[in-house]
Design a binder for this molecule. Sequence first.
Ligand code: NAD
Length: 442
Amino acid sequence: MGPGVTTLRPIAGQPARLVTVSTVAAPAVVDSPWLNAQRQFDNAAEILNLSPGLRAVLREVRRELVVRFPVKMDDGSVRMFEGYRVQHNVTRGPAKGGLRFHPATDIDEVKALAMWMTWKCALANLPYGGAKGGVAVDPSTLSHRELERLTRRFAAEISVLVGPESDIPAPDVNTNAEIMAWIMDTLSMQAGYSVPASVTGKPLEIGGSEGRPSATGRGVNIIAIEACKLLGMEISQTTVAIQGFGNVGSWAAQLMHESGFTICAVADVTGGIYSRSGLDIPALLAYRQQYGGVRDFPGCTPITNTELLELEVDVLVPAAMENQITARNAGRIQARLVVEGANGPTTPDADSILERRGITVVPDILANSGGVTVSYFEWVQDLQSLFWEEDEINVRLKKILTKAFNQMCEQAERHQVSLRLGAYLVAVKRVADATAVRGIYP
Ligand code: NAD
């Protein structure tokens, strides 16, 4: 993995934010996220014995929109950008999925992320299909005003697909509540009235939900606890390494620390840190806020990203980008349990190696589904104009995730397959059944 470029981007009313400009090498063809997503689907389709027609429908994306649009830069010049919005499936309800601003984002990645969203929503039994979007941009090269103009123009470009009844975006890598507010405002200006349910992950002031910023990390913590129970691991004796310290990684670290796990290592694009006896997570959060990254946090051993993944810890939480655990390093992973905070961090080839080595992987479509679940709560609250307390959000979240966890385990046990395949069997069957019941139009 190459070095990353790091920029501190202050956002009005929010702590300074580390903008990720990771220079992760572009994945080789074998690590194409889209081909990997299709392989994962094919494995489930085979066990479910899906008809050729259903397979053909579900292994392709329904709609893909590629937009090229101009943005006026602060110096008066005009720059062109390319963006994407892909809907994989909308059989069970409106499409749902985040928006990513990253230089490596392309249509292949967005298609995979959209398909994973379909399965994620189906596994949690949310009435949604799957979508994803993004712009190929290094946001650290933009001023705050340029970022706003890019966001608003991109929102206008994809507005042909987006809306509360059709497709509802949310934050993902390098996007946040402020960016969601600009999108909500742009879509509302076009409609002529406020449309809060058109996007989730918004600030509370405009119809955001209590508990949404922490939701994905909270889900990672809930699922890590369930998985430890399954494997007979005592939480107070369990060490953890977390790759990525953004929305997902930092909330996961905080909540897992509060649950009694010992977080020994963390890495972000600035570098990695390790402490055998455990990191002081509240102090690390304050440090990141001040310095924009985790590198040089006092009292720790510096480590590389590669070293973090291969550390001798009990639990590994990849919470950065896809294709981090591949056939190249899967043989060296020492953790007993991998909880996928990121989307697609483990390739299918790596999955097979980990399975052979007896390492349990809790798949992304469950482990990071806390975010979309609370996004669903936000959408429901916006549609009803009736808002819930955070306690209620967290209780409902835990109930949905533990139910999905148990259903995944039940399928894995019944078919003697990995947890990923168990999760896919639940999710793909729900979407396949809905497709069969609706029939093929006309
Ligand atoms: P973010 O932009 O808030 O944070 C990304 C973090 O990853 C940063 O700390 C960054 O420094 C780090 N990072 C990037 N490249 C890295 C590398 N090569 N090595 C080490 N660290 C690296 O993004 P996020 O919202 O936390 O998303 C992280 C992952 O979680 C993505 O896969 C995303 O799709 C997934 N996810 C996010 C949500 C959500 O609600 N935000 C929900 C579900 C899944």
